[in-house]
Design a protein around this ligand. Sequence first.
Ligand code: AP5
Ligand code: MG
Ligand code: ZN
Length: 214
Amino acid sequence: MKIIMLGAPGAGKGTQAKKLAAKYDIPHISTGDIFRANIKNGTELGQKAKVYMDQGLLVPDELVVDLVVDRFKNPDCEKGYVLDGFPRTIPQAKALDEALTKNGDSIEYAINVEVPDSNIISRMAGRRACVNCGATYHLEHIPPKKENECDVCGKGLILRDDDKPETVEKRLNVYHEQTQPLIDYYQGKGVLFEVDGTKDMDEVFTDIVNLVEV
Ligand code: AP5
Ligand code: MG
Ligand code: ZN
């Protein structure tokens, strides 16, 4: 099963992608998580990416595409994958198509998680992420069992550097300009599906499962 998660920053792509990956036993490939891991490990890629991420801008396409295409070579991708945060521009989508076509493959589901901008700012301000395993929480909607402690691994929780309200606004603008056009792109290919991302996260998940299990 080859799935792309589309949606604004904070729409819940990561939350739903993790659940899909667990249910269908396919890898969750998040370019944002890959960049954050590189930043944490102080790699050259991480240093380059951080400059853009901290400003709420997209990392240049050439730093992203090969990274993802290389990731597909890992044997865990044989049954498919759920892509979260990639592609994010039309050139990235075209590069992905090209790489897939070479192997006679294609994307089966592009799932757009719809959440209006007005909901996004509060979601981001309340988001906390585990410094260790990447699990995410929301102070009001999905609180950790113990304050500031990850349910999964017990390590501390932090606010992401790019979740400050002024950066979130910038990310939303970038989303509307550069990523929203992908909705039409995948609609044109007949693989676009929409879900209402303002519902409770378990309801959103049920809606997605109902789409992919038809
Ligand atoms: P990335 O990490 O992909 O961030 P993003 O797209 O901005 O999306 P988020 O991860 O912020 O949100 P999400 O949709 O995953 O929401 P989540 O599930 O966490 O990218 C970060 C940066 O990296 C980019 O800005 C860019 O610089 C760079 N980058 C990455 N990929 C790139 C690419 N391909 N090309 C170029 N640059 C790239 O949910 C949000 C919050 O809401 C959480 O607290 C969650 O608990 C809560 N929540 C989730 N669902 C619900 C619900 N149904 N109800 C209530 N609360 C909910
Ligand atoms: Mg995410
Ligand atoms: Zn953790």
